[in-house]
Write a protein that binds this ligand. Sequence first.
Ligand SMILES: [Fe+2]
Length: 306
Amino acid sequence: MHGEVVSRLQSSDSDASASHGWRSLEPPDTARDSLHRRPFRFAHDLRNSPLFSLESLVALSHEIMHRPGDAYFDAGDVAIDDRWGNIPMPQMSLPEVIGRVETARAWIIMKHVEKNPAYAEVLDGFARFVWDLAGPKQARMIRNPEMLIIVNSPNRLTPLHFDAEINFLVQVSGTKQIWICDPMDRSVVSERDLEAYYAANNYGTYRPEAEKNAAHFALDPGEGVHIPSHGAHWVRNGGSVSVSFSLNFEHPNWLHRDLHRANHYLRRFGLTPRPQGASPVADRVKALGFGAMDRTRTAIRRLKKR
Ligand SMILES: [Fe+2]
């Protein structure tokens, strides 16, 4: 039955414009220059789309619940300085939590929803929009688009954290306020934070400087905002259930991941690595060296398993 709901939506949605009206609210040159550097706003035509009704999301969750790595939810009162993983998980199934989201104080995320063709169409249209906006040179560095749906209870807070991905948060129903910090502000996200993120899955540390320096955006349905990689951010839901989705792209590993992991290990050996950007040549050498070592280690591990 649930599959039927999603395929019915898929066929009705296929009549809609493939592009879903993605448009930057800033001049294209300004938005292009802001990619990875500063948040910027954009708009779309998916406001209150049936693809994102709670009925459709419960139907979709019956697919996602069979892919445990693609679902996460928690419930409770949360503060800006709470750490990921410390928030209790309710003893309910994913479809049940979505069905009770009005009162559950829940934060729900479903990943890789593009595995369903109806949502893949949304992601495809958006990826085309971003690659066009980026221009040919930057587009080569924006890879592996992915789509995540986020469902939140009224007034729920998402604590401060940062992400590696090039992120676009899209509001479909309900409202949100989001605060986004400058990704280059090392008083908010330090070099050690970046190293711990890539080497040990640490998602950031709350510091009061974040609240002083963050840019604030209020999102209504039909709007979205670009969150640059490494820009610490936190989100406060409005007074009704919020449905939004996040469209993510990845940087090539050598640009950030391999470099920060290399610096993490250098620091563990008692060295003080130069921060990213102090020497582009040293950055490249460290990243290439670590990347090659990492790939060799993975290949050896695979061979041993055979
Ligand atoms: Fe995030």
